[in-house]
Write a protein that binds this ligand. Structure first.
Ligand SMILES: Nc1ncnc2c1ncn2[C@@H]1O[C@H](COP(=O)(O)OP(=O)(O)OP(=O)(O)O)[C@@H](O)[C@H]1O
Length: 721
């Protein structure tokens, strides 16, 4: 936080930290809270009762309405019309009930959220010089009273921007693209638990975020928490950023990138609630431990989680699993595939028959027939769409001819009652040859429905073989396979609206090329820290910018330069590791803490004794300590040496709240701990190379309050003892 930020002026707490019960502001605000809390409670009770009775009422109404409908499709035209009209009425009544029900359930969800903490701030705003100022209370959700007057405004509402701007006096907010200038007379923060006002903070001269400092004093928690009440100004610029095709956030370790990304998802789900569903938002994280770490944030804000993947999950979901994952694929090979499309011709050995189980529905030469028919268009999206349609037709024709096969007809006639009901919705007894054939066809269509899915997922094309030939390589990676499929089909996920990539500095240009093409219509939010690129060969921010300018037209950028995680001492240690030509000034908002402990041990015995001593001490301390080793080999060796003293974290494990864990740097990505012990801070593991520098920066910056570096033999030249 900058030096210009001053301590707040008024609070309900005196210098000794005791609450002044006589403080008139505290009394007035507690009275307001009592009133709002009582209203929220009454609304909750009323709505819960209404929903309960509504269920019974709705069920009775629907029964009565459906009793009135006499299905009559065989009678005169006007009777049929009448029946159809009655069904339509019934459907619209059901829709109305559903809408009412959805609205009520959503309102109840908001009420329950607010009853935990009705609001966390208020701003007093003068909307126009000749109008009196009005108070706006801001909370995790919005709520109006029975006359539609706002009781609490959602933090994502445009007017709440005046709180996050952290400006006193003249400030502004944007509604529907128009900027409104207003006068902020008061910005008051509240610490509230249910109906109890613990304290408040007024920030009337310059802004210091007292709530933030309070929030940061706490210990590590096993799950990341939302930061709704304390989003800082630079972070708010990302959360409320206008909707652009690609937004790249470059932020130092602990600057809140992950938190900001989740707040932005909540913001988008609110602002676009009419059209955006969480399933249209895709989030890429570094590993499964991280996935568990963040999975509570959106639900705690009353929003559903998006689709979360690691690169591996994505490849597997796309059917590209089982290959090398392509994290080292050279972008040049994807470019070579693209360049090779113009001269690509398919031969019969590139094609595969279409089968379901043991039944071959189309032989490879029949598939070749479809391919040859459209070869003149050249292999690509148009060709692919035409071949696909043709293959669907061929499968349908094949099923039609199979339905005349006597053996298959016999098989259909022999279906037991359960299967008949499953396939036809009723039991059947065909009366003539035509009916038998028609039922056999319906049955075969369902039995071989998977053939159509196979056609759509390009099972008829031996993509690996084609790619190997184009690249002249003995095998292809998942990245190459996926990219070629995208080039041929021209379509990835066209329904996706937003793709969020956390830790983007760990992706290669090739991986990002695949994602940019797969989610070609989606808007991207990419967040990362170039100093935390822990693998060789990943994309630089300049390369990311260049790629997305090409694929998405433009890239907007935001920077986050304050660490909200680490103490000033730890921030100084990891910012000292940033390569020197970078003119960045990194800051911590924390009060001073403990100096880093750096110890060089002469031999293995001395090293292990020191490590065991530190681990034992960590068990007695509060919070969670992580021993972060450079790689999996080091983790195995240390696990043996430490015995049960440290809990080894492998992929897909949740973090405990306290104790000591042992994990590799790769898995520690994106996480944080009260205390980090780096057991291999030697010159051998962390030599003076740019990669080792970034790896050490990443390891050190996982620490909130304490960091210990132990080196056996020579200390890494990157730090001084
Ligand atoms: N505005 C804020 N208010 C309260 N806490 C915050 C705020 N911003 C960040 N934090 C806290 O700081 C810590 C770091 O945040 P986060 O993990 O989102 O940072 P990051 O930039 O993704 O870190 P890294 O890149 O090092 O993994 C978290 O504990 C988060 O809750």
């Amino acid at each position: 936080m900058s030096d210009t930020n001053k301590v707040q002026l008024d609070t309900g707490v005196d210098a000794a930290g005791t609450i002044d019960e006589q403080d008139p502001v505290l009394i007035e605000e507690q009275a307001h809270l009592d009133k709002i809390y009582a209203k929220l409670s009454a609304m909750r009770d009323e709505l819960a009762a209404e929903l309960e009775h509504g269920h019974e009422g709705a069920a009775a109404d629907l029964r009565a309405l459906s009793d009135e409908i006499r299905p009559d499709f065989g009678g005169a035209a006007d009777e049929v019309m009448e029946t159809l009209a009655a069904i339509e009425t019934l459907n619209s009544v059901i829709d109305a009930y559903n809408q009412y029900h959805d609205f009520s359930v959503d309102k109840l969800r908001r009420l329950l959220l607010l009853l935990r903490q009705p609001y966390f701030a208020k701003v007093r705003l003068k909307m126009a010089p000749d109008r009196p100022a009005r108070d706006v209370y801001i909370g995790a959700a919005g709520m109006t009273d029975e006359r539609s007057r706002p009781l609490i405004v959602d933090w994502r509402n445009p007017v709440a921007e005046t709180y996050y701007n952290q400006e006193n006096g003249q400030t502004s907010y944007t509604v529907n693209g128009r900027t409104r200038t207003v006068e902020l007379e008061l910005r008051r923060q509240f610490d509230i638990t249910r109906n109890h006002l613990n304290t408040y903070f007024d920030t009337t001269i310059a802004i210091e975020d007292s709530l933030l400092l309070g929030a940061l004093r706490r210990h590590h928690s096993e799950k990341l928490k939302d930061i709704t009440a304390t989003i800082q100004r630079e972070q708010n610029e990302v959360v409320r950023h206008e909707d652009v095709p690609a937004l790249l956030v470059n932020g130092i370790a602990g600057s809140g990138k992950t938190s900001v990304m989740l707040q932005r998802i909540a913001f988008l789900l609110y602002r676009e609630r009419e059209t955006l569903s969480p399933s249209q938002v895709h989030l890429f994280g570094p590993n499964a431990v991280f996935e568990h770490y963040i999975d509570n944030v959106l639900p705690s804000m009353g929003e559903a989680n998006p689709q979360v993947y690691t690169w591996r999950d994505f490849c597997e979901a796309q059917g590209a699993g089982g290959r090398d994952l392509g994290v080292d694929t050279d972008p040049a090979s994807l470019e070579a595939l693209e360049a090779g499309m113009g001269s690509l011709f398919l031969t019969v050995s590139d094609l595969r028959e279409i089968r379901v189980g043991d039944t071959v529905l189309l032989k490879a030469n029949q598939v070749e027939g479809a391919v040859d028919k459209y070869a003149r268009f050249g292999v690509g999206p148009r060709f692919c769409a035409l071949v696909t349609d043709d293959l669907h037709d061929r499968v349908n024709r094949r099923i039609a001819s199979m339905s005349k096969d006597e053996e298959l007809q016999e098989e259909m006639l022999g279906l037991d009652v359960d299967d008949q009901v499953r396939f036809f919705g009723e039991t059947v007894s065909p009366e003539n040859e035509q009916e038998t054939a028609s039922l056999t066809r319906r049955w075969l269509e369902q039995r071989f429905a998977a053939a159509h899915d196979e056609i759509d997922r390009l099972a008829w094309l031996r993509l690996d073989r084609v790619a190997m030939r184009m690249l002249n390589k003995p095998s292809v990676s998942a990245s190459e396979w996926l990219y070629l499929r995208l080039l041929i089909t021209g379509r990835g996920d066209t329904d996706a609206r937003y793709v969020m990539i956390d830790e983007v500095q760990d992706y290669t240009t090739a991986q990002l090329m695949v994602l940019a093409r797969h989610f070609s219509r989606a808007h991207f939010l990419m967040l990362g820290d170039e100093h935390q690129a822990i693998r060789e060969g990943t994309a630089s921010f300049a390369q990311i910018r260049e790629l997305f300018c090409r694929t998405h037209g433009s890239v907007d950028e935001c920077r986050l330069l304050t660490s909200y995680r680490s103490s000033p001492e730890i921030t100084a240690l990891f910012s000292g590791l940033v390569e020197h030509d970078e003119p960045v000034k990194l800051a911590s908002v924390h009060r001073s803490g403990v100096a880093p402990h750096i110890e060089v041990l002469p031999d293995r015995d001395a090293f292990l004794a020191a490590l065991r001593e530190r681990v034992a001490a960590a068990h007695d301390a509060e919070g969670l300590t992580a021993v972060v080793a450079a790689d999996d080999g080091a983790v195995s060796w240390l696990a043996k040496q430490l015995g049960g003293a440290a809990d080894v974290i492998k992929n897909d494990r949740e973090l405990p709240a306290t104790g000591v864990v042992l994990m590799s740097l790769r898995l520690a990505k994106g996480l944080e701990f009260d205390h980090v012990i780096i057991p291999d801070a030697s010159a051998e593991t962390y030599p003076d190379t740019p990669l080792a520098r970034r790896r050490l920066y990443t390891a050190v910056s996982r620490a909130m309050h304490e960091v210990t570096l132990l080196a056996q033999g020579e200390l890494t030249p990157l730090v001084s003892a």
